[in-house]
Design a binder for this molecule. Structure first.
Ligand code: ATP
Length: 237
């Protein structure tokens, strides 16, 4: 079976500065894959390139089709949705308006209404605050909103760029529990960039370690969890 997402020889950067120097990576259907790496390794750049937010060369195939030159909204329509680093909710719009924007690529009004109810069930705090503007939510609430908004497009693959950043441990644990449920219940594949390696490794099937824009190492999440040398060298603990 061919992978859900297949990235080959991916190069991307900013102006003359190349950041990704030929990344090969894949995510299978229903898989959870985590990308680890030091600050500046290129993890965010990778997520932005896959999402169509940054021009790239090489190949990005999703569900059998080349999406490497797609604009961001076409990438979403194809089934790939990003929770960007720093949340990226529309702060002047309400919770409900943010969620509706997440569904902008869909035309099934009844399905959208059903999904809104579903995500309000999963994140009751968003239901309580649906008329509140996103900018006045707490950090954890904004991150829940960002995740729910990305899911409103019904992605087959959810990309999460450091969703644990700056959040209290309890909020992070709750968010990861929701991600685990989404993966288990609806089969949504996850590609996670995380500094919080322990939680990500607990959820992940496989790992890619990035070093200055290249894949330095890849393997099963359990190998990375159990390998003290790898933990010390790459994860810093
Ligand atoms: P972190 O964990 O710190 O978020 P990262 O692995 O996500 O790091 P990137 O954000 O992808 O790393 O950055 C990779 C490199 O690209 C860095 O050297 C960074 O300075 C550079 N870079 C990132 N964004 C830009 C930009 N908009 N313009 C120019 N250079 C950039």
């Amino acid at each position: 079976m061919s992978p859900l997402l297949a990235v080959e020889r991916l190069m991307a950067g900013y102006g003359q500065a190349r950041v990704l120097h030929g990344i090969d990576l894949h995510v299978d259907e229903r898989e959870v894959v985590v990308v680890l790496g030091a600050n500046g390794a290129g993890k965010t750049t990778l997520m932005r390139a896959i999402s169509g937010l940054l021009p790239s060369t090489g190949s990005i195939r999703f569900a059998g089709a080349e999406i490497g030159s797609h604009r961001p909204e076409k990438v979403v329509a194809a089934g790939v949705s990003l929770v960007p680093q720093g949340r990226g909710t529309f702060s002047a719009l309400t919770v409900l308006e943010n969620l509706r924007i997440g569904a902008a690529v869909r035309r099934d009004a009844a399905g959208i209404t059903a999904d809104l109810e579903h995500w309000f069930d999963v994140f009751p705090v968003l239901n309580e605050r649906k008329a509140q503007v996103a900018g006045t939510l707490s950090g954890g609430e904004q991150q829940m909103l960002a995740v729910a908004r990305a899911l409103m497009s019904r992605p087959k693959l959810l990309l999460c760029d450091e969703i644990s950043l700056g959040l209290a441990p309890k909020v992070v644990a709750d968010l990861f529990a929701v991600l685990g449920r989404i993966n288990a219940e609806s089969g949504t594949a996850l590609l996670l960039v995380e500094q919080n390696a322990d939680l990500a490794l607990a959820l992940a099937n496989r790992v890619y370690l990035l070093e200055v824009g290249r894949v330095a190492s890849t393997g099963g999440a359990d190998e990375f969890r159990d390998n003290d040398a790898v933990r010390r060298a790459y994860l810093g603990y």
